[in-house]
Each structure stands twice: as C-alpha cells, then as structure tokens.
Design a protein around this ligand. Structure first.
Ligand code: ZN
Length: 318
C-alpha cells in the first residue's frame, strides 16, 4: 500500500497544499482562497476540502495519506495542536489540528509558519547540512525559525523564536507589537520599500524615480537594488543602511545561538551575492567570536514560496 503525506501552508489569503509520496517527492499542489471574514469552522472546512480534492484529483485514497502537516500563522502550541492566538483572524485557543483531523479523518500536526519554513529548509533545502541554523525570512515582516541540534526551537507554547521583534533601535520605528525599533521595522521588505520611498522624496534627481517608473507607489523590494547597481548614490545609501540593520540583527542572533549557518529567505534574497557578500562582511566584522575562530555560513534559502509546505511535510513525516 502506497503511503502519502500532505503539507499545507495556511495563510491569511490562501491555503496551499502539496501531496507527497513516502520519499518526499512532490506529486501535486493545489490552493484555496481563505479570508478573515470566514467563520473558523468555514476555514477548517475549506482546508478539509482542499485535502480531499488534492487526493481525488490525483487518484489517492484519503486512507492512504499517513499524516498531514499544517503550517499556520500565529502562536502555535504544536504539542497540543492548538492555535493559541492569531491576531489577523482574531483566533484564540482554536484546536485546529483536532478540528481539521475530524474533517478529513487523517492525523494532523501543526507548526507556526515561520518555524515551518526553517524546518523545511533544514529537512529539504539550504540548511540541510547544518544541525544548528537560523532562517530569517524578509517579507512584510521578518519571520524567523531556529533549529538547535536538528530540532525546531519554538519556546514555551510555541511563543518564542520571534526574532523579528528583537529591538535593534531603542525608541525607533513603532512596530505592530507595541514596541519601537523592532528588527522587522528595519530589515523587512516593507521597511526597505519605506526607506526607498523616503530616499526618493529627499532626492528628486535620484535614479530611484526612473526604476520606480516615476511613481513612488510602484516601488518594490527590488527598486533600490536596481538603482544602486546603476550607480545611484541615494539608492546605494538605502542598501547600505538596509544591510547594516539586517546585519545587526543577525549578529545579535549569532552571538546568542552561534549557529553553523544563517539562511536568508524572502524576495529580497533574489539579489544573491549583491546582498549576501556585504552582509557576510558586515556580520564577520561585528561578531563577538569571529568567523576565524568559529566558522559561520550565510546563504540564501532554497525553497522559495514552497518552504512552508515542505516544512509542514517534514513535520508530518517525523
Ligand atoms: Zn515588534
């Protein structure tokens, strides 16, 4: 009897599911739209339908799926399968693993989405060789996942490993968490976009205007990199500062955990060495224990948008 696994990456706008065989080969993927306006049980039902459809479309019987892994936003108590809190959907103490399991008749394990991404990169992606590693995902916020000794470190009730809310500038930019100066207010793609726009308005001659098509609303995480590569001083300053803040956060994390590797994910890491080379240099210069004494690898993530489903898969296969 063939055995299958399913990894689901559930988010505010959609839930993506991947069907895998017992060798972790991806057989098929499917997606369903999700909404914060849906009742909790409607969301559960949508994910249940997604699993059923994915199996039916690929000729797999539900009873042949050994386990489902689910990556979810919010504070996740994986041991008890509970979403302790997720602000965006106003969820509190939702037994999501049990409820989804009831809907599909398959055991379900859940994990926080940022932690899932780290686990996915460790099990199948860029962090494979490193039993101690940290994934930093640069998106709307800064997601982080910490692997210690080959195990995900989630903190009590899954409430830890939130490196995005480590303050790197006391009294700095206000953050959604209520504090000021959090890492994600400086190192996220959103922060980069904000700082790119600011630089545009401060310098009407900047090439940033050209690369944004003359419209500040068209600025994205790539604009400042494009203009910087073309030699624009304002853009180069934006990138230099961005790498400084990203570097400071990474130095803090490395000083505490001293992982073998830091993996950087999110759209910004598509810049490759243009981002990573100066970042490595910055981090190496600031570490308490230098890289000459204890080596440190900084590389880009490998799984892209599929990191969540692969992380959920890794959890399901454990
Ligand atoms: Zn914060």
């Amino acid at each position: 009897m063939a055995q299958y696994y399913i990894g689901i990456d559930f988010g505010g706008m959609s839930a993506k599911a991947g069907l895998f065989d017992a060798k972790a080969q991806l057989l098929a993927k499917d997606t369903v739209a999700t909404s914060k306006d849906d009742a909790y049980m409607t969301t559960v039902a949508k994910m249940g339908q997604l699993v059923k459809k994915l199996c039916a479309d690929n000729g797999v019987a539900l009873k042949d799926v050994k386990r489902v892994g689910l990556a979810s936003p919010g504070v996740i108590d994986g041991e008890n399968g509970v979403v302790v809190r997720w602000g965006n959907y106003h969820w509190e103490d939702r037994p999501l693993a049990k409820d989804l399991s009831s809907a599909i008749g398959i055991e379900v394990r859940i994990v926080n989405d940022a932690n899932a991404a780290a686990y996915g990169e460790y099990a199948f992606g860029a962090a494979k060789a490193y039993k101690n590693n940290i994934l930093i995902t640069l998106g709307t916020g800064v997601g982080s996942g910490i692997i210690i000794g080959g195990k995900l470190f989630e903190g009590t009730a899954g409430a830890g490993a939130e490196a995005g809310h480590m303050v790197i500038q006391v009294g700095g930019v206000p953050c959604g968490c209520g504090r000021r100066g959090c890492f994600e207010q400086y190192a996220s793609a959103s922060a980069l976009i904000r700082d790119t726009k600011r630089a545009m308005f401060e310098d009407k001659e900047s090439l940033l205007w050209k690369y944004a098509g003359g419209d500040p609303e068209k600025v994205d995480g790539k604009t400042a990199f494009d203009a910087a590569k073309a030699g624009d001083p304002a853009a180069q300053t934006v990138i230099k500062n961005y790498i400084m803040y990203l570097g400071e956060g990474i130095v803090n994390l490395v000083n505490i955990f001293r992982p073998e590797a830091v993996i950087v994910g999110g759209g910004v890491c598509n810049q490759g060495e243009y981002l990573l080379a100066p970042l490595r240099k910055y981090v190496a210069e600031k570490l308490y224990i230098g890289c000459d004494i204890v080596p440190l690898t900084i590389n880009r993530a490998a799984l892209g948008n599929d990191a969540g489903i692969y992380g959920a898969l890794a959890l399901a296969m454990d």
